[in-house]
Design a binder for this molecule. Structure first.
Ligand SMILES: Cc1ncc(COP(=O)(O)O)c(C=O)c1O
Length: 285
């Protein structure tokens, strides 16, 4: 007898549990292999493409064959972020418990668009945002969870732009030459007319003075300074911009202060960086 467990009559509760066990075993194999397998696949592009390419499937396929494809053709072609020798980039190893949470999230399949659609999920989001803010000194924070740093920067700039009535082409966003490219990209998406890419000091930090001078020059030229985008941890070097100075410049010019903490904000949880929290607390996003 089949249950209503799934649209696929072959997947009842028992079969689902068996499949989940097989997937969990595959994931455990991946975690087990991480420390010793090479960081990068020793495969050239054409070989990898040939391995992955298949005709458009006409049916769901065989479960065992799909798992074999993942094991033999996909996993060997992936970068191993969990290898201790992988120091090149900000990606970390996966978190096994979070991987299981992802399974549950997919099973619960909620639309966190509004409270009425997913009441408990919205409350969880509110709680997590509050915790994250509290952990880095940004108390009373409100917001939404987004997919990553680029989406967060777009969100921050969106708020900065929404605050002004000036024509978008007149608006100016201030960044340093070390700022993540997603800020300039977000500005383009939003139709912001100008992105001023300013020099950093010898420690690769954006300083208040260069921003203040650029703002004054833009005002004199009839443009509208809109947002300073500071970094707490730049992608290239982890440099933290001069937040104390940038807070002052933003406040005295009535300009939105956005802080990109995608890389470095967790450091604010440490005692060593505690003093920066009071500046982060002054940011608008
Ligand atoms: C400082 C900073 N901002 C933004 C991003 C973009 O984050 P994501 O790749 O999650 O969009 C990164 C990614 O490396 C980053 O280092």
């Amino acid at each position: 007898m089949t249950s209503n467990f799934s649209l696929d009559p072959r997947v009842d509760r028992e079969r689902f549990l068996q499949m989940a066990e097989e997937v969990a075993a595959l994931a455990a194999d991946w975690f087990d292999g991480e420390p010793d397998s090479p960081v990068l696949a020793r495969l050239d592009g054409p070989t990898l493409r040939k391995r992955i390419e298949r005709d458009l499937p006409r049916d769901a396929g065989q479960w065992d064959e799909i798992l074999d494809d993942v094991r033999q053709d996909i996993m060997p072609g992936l970068r191993r972020n969990g290898n201790p020798g992988f120091l090149a980039y900000v990606s970390a190893s996966a978190e096994p418990v979070a991987a299981l949470a992802d399974l549950l999230v997919s099973a619960l399949n909620q639309n966190v668009t509004a409270w009425r659609s997913a009441p408990a999920a919205v409350e969880v989001e509110r709680q997590v945002i509050g915790w994250l803010g509290e952990a880095i000194g940004y108390t009373g924070a409100a917001g939404i969870l987004v997919s990553g740093g680029s989406a967060a920067n777009l969100q921050g700039l969106c708020l900065a732009v929404a605050r002004t009535d000036a024509a978008r082409e007149q608006l100016v966003v201030y960044v340093s030459e070390q700022t993540h490219f997603s800020i300039a990209k977000s500005a383009r998406v939003l139709g912001v007319g100008h992105v001023r890419c300013l020099e950093t000091d010898s420690d690769l930090r954006l300083r208040g003075r260069s921003v203040a001078e650029a703002i004054a020059a833009d005002r004199a030229a009839g443009l509208v300074p809109c947002c300073i985008a500071a970094s707490v941890g730049t992608t290239n070097s982890g440099a933290i911009d001069a937040l104390d100075e940038l807070c002052e410049v933003a406040a005295s010019n009535g300009v939105w202060l956005h802080i990109d903490g995608a890389y470095g904000a967790p450091a604010l949880m440490l005692e060593r960086y505690r003093s920066l929290r009071s500046f982060v607390a002054r940011a608008d996003s």
